[in-house]
Design a binder for this molecule. Structure first.
Ligand SMILES: Cc1cc2nc3c(=O)[nH]c(=O)nc-3n(C[C@H](O)[C@H](O)[C@H](O)COP(=O)(O)O)c2cc1C
Length: 559
């Protein structure tokens, strides 16, 4: 079948006249002819005006677009009136994903920014986002309780009504840090926590969730402490999709952390309101592909919902690789209730990373990332995803891990190798690094220190962890002279974002505002949704229409 080009003044839009979706002879457009546009640029501007419908019409063989007028039906297939060939309803950003997410968290659209440890997801970032009614999660991981308390006070002071979230990161090596964070969240009435890195439920996360359960006068359970759990495995998702385990509830009642009534109410609510399914991402990641992981988790949620029949089913969102309108649209079309960005925000002005790091991030290509040993679970061989372009950290940390695997103590490492370490990586004698480690651990983790004194392999791990721990802080503080050692957590999303904005004002890191980036991703998502919808009606649109680029800042318009 040949497709005739009805469009004589070709503006890049064609349609198949035999396509039953496009030619519905009974649909006509009525309205002011002057509102019709036939020129490519004006058509695109109309398509981008998402709050209005778009009528695509055929006039004397030309395809035109208007946002005015109305549609009527006729039985006269030979009518001279203007034929409607496709229609696009207004595309509200609030309709992308699950509207309940917006309602539940008091936000404008179903988008959130994930936590970035060490305050990279800074107070400034969370406050700026919150003021624009976008949910951001403060990067509490790795911060001292005092520093976290300061952040809570500041964010609550600036955003008394929210929205904001705080990260609760599972810390198996230092359970007291996790416990202290929960105590602070309860003390200050932090109402939304992004729980991450959990392998199983702990008493801390259960306490946070259940201490926020009450029964109102209509005998309905109210959930005051919202949990957004970030997971990449089905077994962990299952725990958050189910009610809190009775064993932990019993312990918490005995300890006086929750009441008997709260323990009973806990049987009727899931552990999380939202589950962010995290595919291949910056930082800790299982490197799973989004397209495989998300459907599996949505199906798991449906199974567990059928079993428990919760009043409010758990929403499933998606993180990992979300950096462009296309990736965000893919997430929504696959059933995500909301999308979460991470890597792209680190390169923004509001992030707690230094200028040098932001510059490196803005130059990153998609393949400029790799897995490197993680400081927190170094001995177990756990890795996280970091930037490799412009820093030697991935190679150097990998070298440390190989030495750790090969030898049983620092003393066993051949002398020339040790000297190389002292010169190139540590820039100090290893004995001095051990002294620094001792003074740090005697404050923070004396039990670990005691174990290391009689365990040379552990001692070696702790010395190596000095480098792994500090290198991420150097990237935040902008430690001069240590640029080649910056540990910069980053996923392929960064390169994907850079590709998208390459020829736009957002190519420059000094122009990247976290709210503007969010607005453009979501506006682009809505726009591409409109384009896909028109394509499904049989329109063929050339690539002038099928791309969305950020041309101007949204900040003046959106505030
Ligand atoms: C610099 C950086 C630090 C991160 N730190 C944390 C963290 O402390 N806690 C956490 O839950 N997720 C952390 N993440 C993951 C993000 O919150 C987010 O889920 C992830 O980056 C999304 O994937 P993307 O990087 O592909 O956008 C971090 C990510 C980055 C890039």
């Amino acid at each position: 079948m040949s497709v005739s080009l009805l469009n004589q003044n070709y503006n890049g839009i064609t349609y198949n006249p035999l396509n039953p979706f496009t030619i519905n002879q009974t649909l006509l457009w009525k309205g002011d002819l002057d509102s019709l546009t036939f020129d490519q640029n004006t058509i695109k501007a109309k398509l981008l005006n998402l709050n209005q419908p778009c009528y695509i019409v055929s006039v004397n063989g030309q395809v035109g677009v208007t946002q005015e007028g109305y549609v009527i039906t006729t039985t006269d297939s030979n009518s001279d009136n203007i034929k409607l060939i496709a229609i696009s309803n207004p595309v509200g950003l609030e309709n992308l994903g699950d509207r309940n997410f917006c309602h539940h968290h008091g936000v404008n659209y179903a988008y959130m920014t994930g936590a970035m440890a060490g305050g990279i997801a800074s107070e400034e970032m969370i406050i700026t986002l919150g003021k624009a009614k976008i949910l951001g999660s403060f990067g509490a991981g790795g911060l001292s309780p005092d520093r976290l308390e300061t952040a809570i006070k500041r964010i609550q002071g600036e955003l008394p009504q929210g929205p904001y979230a705080f990260n609760l990161i599972h810390s198996p090596n230092e359970p007291s840090i996790e416990q202290r964070a929960v105590e602070l969240y309860l003390q200050y009435g932090v109402q939304t926590v992004e729980a991450s890195a959990f392998l199983d439920l702990t008493a801390n996360i259960v306490r946070y969730r259940v201490a926020g359960l009450t029964l109102n006068s209509a005998n309905q359970i109210e959930i005051h402490n919202k949990v957004i759990a970030k997971v990449s495995r089905r077994e962990v998702a299952t725990k958050f999709l189910q009610p809190a385990p009775p064993r932990i509830l019993k312990e918490l009642v005995q300890q006086g952390f929750i009441s008997e009534q709260q323990a009973q109410l806990a049987a009727y609510v899931p552990m999380a309101d939202d589950i962010t399914v995290e595919a291949d991402s910056g930082g800790h990641t299982d490197n799973r592909p989004l397209v495989c992981l998300l459907p599996s988790m949505v199906a798991l949620r449906d199974e567990i919902q059928a079993q428990y029949n919760y009043t409010n089913p758990v929403r499933i969102g998606v993180a990992g690789g979300i950096a462009t309108p296309q990736s965000s649209l893919a997430g929504f079309m696959m059933g995500a209730a909301y999308v979460v960005t991470g890597s792209v925000n680190q390169a923004c002005l509001e992030s707690g990373s230094c200028q040098h790091t932001k510059k490196l991030l803005a130059q990153a290509e998609m393949a400029d990332v790799m897995m490197a040993p993680a400081a927190d679970m170094f001995e177990m061989g756990v890795k996280l995803q970091v930037l490799k372009r412009g820093t030697l950290f991935p190679m150097r940390s990998q070298k440390l891990y190989e030495l750790y695997r090969t030898y049983n103590s620092i003393e066993e490492i051949p002398l020339p190798e040790r000297e190389k370490l002292e010169k190139q990586i540590f820039r100090k004698p290893l004995s001095e690094i051990w002294e620094l480690t001792v003074s740090y651990l005697s404050q923070r983790n004396p039990e670990k220190l005691a174990k290391a004194v009689n365990n040379p392999k552990l001692k070696m791990a702790l010395i190596f962890r000095w480098y792994l721990g500090l290198s991420s802080r150097w990237s935040n503080s902008g430690e001069v002279g240590r640029e080649t050692d910056y540990q910069i957590w980053c996923g392929p999303a960064m390169g994907s974002f850079n590709d998208w904005v390459r020829h736009t004002y957002l190519a420059e890191p000094q122009n990247r505002h976290v709210v503007d980036v969010a607005n453009h991703i979501m506006l682009g998502t809505a726009y591409l949704y409109r384009i896909q919808n028109l394509k499904m009606q049989g329109l063929q649109l050339n690539n002038f229409y099928t791309q969305y680029y950020p041309t101007t800042s949204t900040l003046e318009v959106c505030g």
